[in-house]
Design a protein around this ligand. Structure first.
Ligand code: DQA
Length: 160
């Protein structure tokens, strides 16, 4: 039987307020609506997907650690913690899963303190500035990574 791949989507602080929070920067879509669209893409591919949002750094670290043995890839918007959290960066490094970082706004057009992410160096890819569509782009990127992993697994099986 083919392995079912699982994506963990992790949303950092204040992203529960999407739709209400600064719509000029973050758009008018609510987090649930973004997640519903991601689920449609995951279903079409036959992947599992789980969603988690927290305003607490330690809870995000715990969730990343839980991904080990449970998920095959992480899509994360660490929000404000992108710019400060060594702990979230270390957790991503520790689990070693393919990880895509998303920022809804173009952080490079904003205040200087947002122009450095501690997370980007441990992510496979970063999607910045496309609005809520960035999550859809991250899904495409993650499914592409899964296809590459599947191809490697298939060639290993054929070699046996
Ligand atoms: C954000 C950018 C961060 O600088 C900010 O703190 C956020 C959201 C984004 O998605 O554009 O909360 O990660």
């Amino acid at each position: 039987m083919q392995k079912k791949f699982k994506i963990m989507v992790i949303q950092g602080p204040n992203l529960n307020m999407l739709g209400v929070r600064e719509p000029n920067l973050y758009g008018s879509m609510k987090l649930e609506d973004i997640h519903a669209q991601m689920k449609v893409v995951a279903d079409q591919y036959g992947a599992e997907i789980e969603f988690f949002q927290s305003n607490f750094e330690g809870e995000i670290v715990d969730k990343i650690q839980e991904c080990l043995g449970d998920s095959d890839g992480i899509i994360i918007n660490p929000a404000a913690y992108s710019h400060t959290s060594v702990a979230i960066r270390d957790a991503i490094s520790a689990v070693g899963l393919p990880t895509i970082e998303v920022h809804i706004s173009n952080v490079y057009r904003r205040e200087e303190f947002r122009q450095k992410s501690l997370i980007s160096a441990v992510a496979n890819g970063v999607i910045v500035g496309f609005g809520p569509v960035g999550y859809h782009l991250a899904m495409i990127g993650m499914l592409q990574i899964f296809d590459q992993i599947k191809a490697v697994l298939a060639s290993q099986q054929n070699a046996q």
